[in-house]
Design a protein around this ligand. Structure first.
Ligand code: PMP
Length: 355
């Protein structure tokens, strides 16, 4: 008898649909919240030099001391707080889930939100509870507090702003959640540079708060670097689960170099915020399109027939994200990443003819 996956692989893993990344070659790529702007030539030349000089025959600095020091200043990390680095923030979500995976432990998330919270809970063998947002995607505080009281989650993930809805949840409601939570609350600020709102200054006041960020949306998605900030009490424990060399030599050195010029990325983010406002203004006047307010570098849209619009736009060479079947509350929803002015013009032209 040949060996089958169902004899070895856990049921909950076989039940998961793999995270699908479509082939995007040849498309105007507006599906993955990337920064569309390349780095300026002077900085690219410096990166060539780094690649030339890097000791890739050696293991990376396991403590990533230089990179952490740079992050501390570039990201206004409060004194006294520790930093944990991940191979993207996805890896940090995984570290957190593994850390709390006692029998019976629960992770709580809001829905719809970033799908990896739920997927990684399954990877780690932890139960997951999703609390629905209201139909307009604002936080349902009463339902969330009730779910916290009922399930006593060891870990709560809240994306701020939320993906895929783009909105920032009400700060006062989130503070109530922090007060009520019996465990850790991770504020996932992946889109911080487009929202300019942060829980980082509140770390000292809420010992159960952890703030997670990534360099991906800032313009370094290919490097894979995420980080978690919080008190050493928690981060020293979490660091034990981090594989010793999870952030490679090139990522460490390139990120350190680029963050020395973080103003360049911040200017690109400002251009993206301007384009977001222009897109919103246009979309608000397109009949049949409901555009949800966004504090991120993408906009969630509801259209009469998302599958039709998505396919027609793809035929025209524009790749966005069809979320119609991702969650019941996202029926007929599409998500578009804000691109360059030219890409956005192409998107708008293609959308209006695809409706
Ligand atoms: N958090 C949120 C809310 C996201 O939307 C994403 C990526 N789409 C991530 C975390 C993961 O980002 P990365 O692994 O690239 O750091």
């Amino acid at each position: 008898m040949p060996l089958n996956p169902d004899q070895l692989i856990r049921d909950e893993i076989r039940a998961i649909a793999a995270y699908h990344v479509p082939d995007s070659s040849g498309y105007v790529k507006l599906d993955a919240m990337e920064n569309p702007y390349p780095l300026p030539d002077v900085l690219r030349a410096a990166l060539s030099q780094i690649a030339h000089d890097a000791a890739i025959n050696r293991y990376p600095d396991a403590a990533a001391t230089a990179l952490k020091a740079r992050l501390r200043s570039a990201m206004d990390i409060p004194d006294g707080m520790e930093i944990l680095l991940g191979n993207g923030s996805d890896e940090i979500i995984q570290i957190l889930a593994m850390a709390i995976a006692k029998p019976g432990a629960t992770i709580l998330g809001l829905e719809p939100s970033f799908v990896m919270y739920k997927m990684i809970a399954a990877f780690a063998g932890v139960s997951y509870v999703g609390v629905p947002l209201r139909p307009n995607f604002t936080l349902d505080l009463d339902a969330t507090l009730a779910a916290i009281a009922e399930h006593q989650p060891a870990l709560i993930f809240i994306a701020y702003p939320n993906n895929p809805t783009g909105n920032l949840f009400d700060m006062t409601a989130l503070l109530r959640i922090l007060d009520a939570a019996p465990g850790l609350v991770v504020l996932d600020e992946a889109y911080h540079v487009f929202a300019l709102e942060s829980f980082m200054p509140l770390l000292a006041r809420y010992p159960n708060l952890l703030v997670m960020r990534t360099l991906s949306k800032l313009g370094l998605a290919g490097l894979r670097l995420g980080f978690l900030v919080g008190s050493p009490t928690w981060l020293n424990e979490l660091d034990k689960l981090r594989l010793p060399y999870n952030v490679n030599v090139l990522t460490q050195q390139v990120a350190e170099k680029v963050l020395a010029h973080v103003d360049i990325l911040e200017q690109q983010a400002a251009a993206i915020r301007d384009e977001r406002a222009r897109l919103m203004q246009f979309l608000d006047n397109v009949a049949g399109v409901e555009a949800f307010p966004s504090a991120a570098n993408f906009i969630l849209l509801r259209v009469p027939n998302a599958d039709k619009v998505f396919e027609a736009m793809k035929q025209r060479g524009i790749l966005i994200k069809n979320l119609s079947r991702a969650h019941p509350q996202l029926q007929n929803c599409l998500r578009v990443t804000v691109g360059t002015p030219n890409e956005n013009d192409q998107f708008l032209a293609s959308l209006t003819t695809s409706l």
